[in-house]
Design a protein around this ligand. Sequence first.
Ligand code: SF4
Ligand code: SF4
Length: 303
Amino acid sequence: MLRVDVAEKRKSRGILLRHDNDRIRILAAVERKGALFEVRRTIIITLSLAILLAPPLLGWVRLDLWGGAHRLLGEQVDALTATKGFVVAMALLWGLTFASNVVVGRFFCGWGCPVGYVSRLGEHVTLAKSRIAKAWHHLAGAGFAATFVAAVMLWWVDPSVLVDGDLKAKGIVVGVFVVLWIGARLHASRWRFGFCLGACPIGLYYRLVTSKAPIGIAFSEVPDPCIACHACEKVCPVDLDPKRLGEEVESAPDTVDGPPLRYGDAECIRCGDCVEACRMVFLPRPRAVPPLRFGFERTHFDV
Ligand code: SF4
Ligand code: SF4
């Protein structure tokens, strides 16, 4: 069963070291041939980060834990009002991800989650061949991690504390920032998608609520058959066999949401890496249609 497979793989690989050499080799090959989704991925993660950053940065909402400079819709407010605004903002962000989950499953995990992107930037360092390229990817990863940590902290701390605050206040804010940033950098170098697989609380929530979504990964051997190269399985960051996505599983003993699951419904983060790998395998045959695609058609769901 899927969940048993995933648990076994997690155990055998160790949760803190998720450097998957097969995955890295295939990603490198995809990159050499020209990755299809790189630009789209960058646009989506930039949007996602902007959505996280804008409310506190523009003063729409902030619950200032340090100085009490709470903000709501540009005004200074008391803690209770700011808390209400904070709850509404969180509900709106949750609603956004919930709506996307209904239509396209865990697409947010694969494309919009900053923690997932931190993992991907960490992989870029491993993929890079030259020292200069490695240094560049380290820099990009460090910059992204810093922006992400700052975006999270801005919800809780008025940045003016760094100018007007006393030494203790400045020290605490900078200290928290540095600790979180180091955590993000360690995540990029050590944990990566092992976190999505085994520890992400949002991923756990999605596992409970995700059911059939109309958009996902389709596997179809019409018009051209799969050549059983297994590149799609090896590149999957959450250890799925993409060819089986949507296939009905016989039972799912550890589920709490009742109805029988279909393979990968809850685990597939719709990252599209398997689609890119399959496309790369088929590049020498430009007239052939790769059996893995990203779109509305989910062959196994049509049963
Ligand atoms: S099955 Fe494909 S889209 Fe889903 S997580 Fe694995 S590689 Fe990503
Ligand atoms: S990458 Fe494509 S051709 Fe290779 S095993 Fe997967 S579906 Fe088949």
